[in-house]
Design a protein around this ligand. Structure first.
Ligand SMILES: Cc1cc2nc3c(=O)[nH]c(=O)nc-3n(C[C@H](O)[C@H](O)[C@H](O)COP(=O)(O)OP(=O)(O)OC[C@H]3O[C@@H](n4cnc5c(N)ncnc54)[C@H](O)[C@@H]3O)c2cc1C
Length: 432
């Protein structure tokens, strides 16, 4: 298999032109091209009068080794190895009979759902516990809250519930991490198997969009259940049950998790628990800290959302080609490095989307962006954020390096924003 990079085609091109470009690049007759697959498609809009689509393709050809030696010095033509993921064990090969061996996953966000899916694929029949509602009820609840028709539910909202925090989002699926083991590809393939469009496998900056995401989330749930997993919604984990062991070498105690305590007092036994509670489960972080679990603070960025007409961005990026259906709504990314060591940058830009209220706590304001798959709302939005430094947290620390200081800082800003926004507007929806 050969990987060909940087195949450039004008905006107005057909699929057959990709094939022609491959033959031209390799200088081979059509009969020598067995098959090809588009791996990535991006847009080069640096010159408005010369916008191009750029393709990376994997091709299967006859006489591959002679082509490889002919193009040995060409970095845009290289051999790639075939790969596949280790395949699923069938559900009938379930390993754990005893409940204490059955793995439990806490949280049905992307992390929890993928952990549960992989455990289920290994035949381990995971039990997944989620504090929020299943996606249909959660969607009614969240959209009802945005429209002022439902009261705020601290257990099931834009952050909490089946699908996790990104369910009502733009569904952007790219990251800047290098991925030599192709875990990202595995994630994309599983999303397609759960109902996402196969275009996410090729676009350089794929996204799913809010309502399609809900379908994908239902698809993942069905696959976990089919493989023998179990999912309980409206089930909050409030405590971890630990067993202590004396370590003979230094007489320090070691702890083993043996179970979980739920909101209603029920206890569940398990010695294998994945905590996938996301970044907003502040009560769960506090509970873990009180139990002596080591928590480490992580620096993050903070800012606000800006909105502007999508047409403005399209014209700035695509020039006279703005509005061309093949280009779709344009995106942008801005970065400014100041001499003070701070960096201000745009983040999570949502073309043709909406700014939405995203708090999971009463009397706070948090904003985020979302869009549908079509990205056809009038406005674009993005977050403008600045990186925080340890000095920003000092006022909120109980002791040096306090892992909860970042949360105290977030909360203080969220509460101020709530008051500045008039407070009582959100109060009408907040009964909890
Ligand atoms: C509006 C919005 C738009 C976003 N857009 C994007 C985007 O386009 N692309 C992108 O990559 N990221 C986006 N994000 C960020 C993304 O959603 C998160 O990075 C991601 O959801 C983190 O996944 P997670 O599984 O770790 O945690 P979460 O998604 O936060 O899931 C954690 C789950 O655990 C549950 N839980 C918490 N505590 C307990 C408990 N004690 N017991 C039981 N269950 C519990 C919660 O209810 C939740 O469902 C967006 C976020 C928001 C809010």
């Amino acid at each position: 298999m050969l990987r060909l990079e940087q195949i450039k085609l004008p905006v107005e091109h057909e699929d057959v032109d990709i094939r022609k470009a491959i033959l031209k690049r390799l200088k081979i007759p059509a009969s020598n091209l067995i098959d090809y697959r588009v791996i990535k498609r991006s847009i080069d809009a640096r010159k408005h009068n010369q916008i191009r689509f750029i393709y990376s393709v994997d091709v299967e050809v006859k006489e591959e080794s002679s082509l490889l030696s002919r193009y040995a010095s060409n970095h845009q033509i290289r051999k790639i190895s075939e790969w596949s993921y280790r395949e699923v064990v069938s559900a009938s090969q379930n390993l754990p009979d005893s409940n204490t061996l059955r793995p439990v996953v806490v949280g049905a966000g992307p992390c929890g759902y993928f952990a549960a899916l992989l455990l289920a694929q290994m035949g381990l029949r995971p039990l997944l516990l989620e504090r929020g509602q299943e996606i249909k009820d959660r969607t009614c609840q969240t959209f009802g809250f945005w429209k002022g028709k439902c009261s705020f539910n601290p257990e099931s909202n834009v952050q909490f519930g089946e699908g996790g925090a990104g369910t009502f989002s733009d569904g952007k699926l790219y990251s800047q991490k290098t991925d030599p083991k192709r875990y990202g590809r595995k994630v994309l393939e599983e999303l397609v198997r759960s109902g996402a469009s196969s275009e996410i496998l090729t676009l350089a900056r794929p996204h799913i969009g809010t309502f399609k995401l809900a379908t994908v989330v239902r698809g993942m749930r069905a696959r976990i259940l089919e493989l023998g997993g179990e999912i309980r919604f409206n089930t909050r984990v409030d405590d971890v049950l630990l067993e202590s062991h004396e370590r003979s070498s230094n007489s320090r105690k070691q702890y083993q998790i043996v179970g979980l305590k739920l909101q209603d007092g029920t206890e569940i036994s398990s010695r294998h628990v994945v905590f996938a509670v996301g970044h907003s489960a502040r009560d769960s972080f506090l509970m873990l800290e009180k139990k002596g679990v080591l928590l480490q603070p992580k620096l993050f960025s903070i800012g606000f959302r800006v909105e502007h007409p999508q047409l403005l961005i399209d014209k700035a990026r695509w020039g006279s080609m703005a509005g061309h259906p093949k280009l779709g709504p344009a995106e942008y990314k801005l970065v400014y490095h100041s001499r003070s060591g701070r960096c201000v940058y745009s983040f999570c830009m949502c073309p043709g989307g909406l700014v939405v209220g995203s708090t999971s706590e009463k009397d706070c304001v948090v904003t985020n962006g979302m869009s549908q798959h079509s990205r056809n709302e009038r406005n674009a939005n993005s977050a403008l954020v600045v990186n925080l430094l340890p000095i920003d947290f000092q006022k909120f620390e109980r002791w040096s390096g306090d892992p909860m200081a970042g949360i105290a800082l977030q909360r203080s800003l969220e509460k101020k924003a709530f008051l500045l926004g008039g407070g009582e507007i959100f109060c009408t929806c907040a009964e909890a």
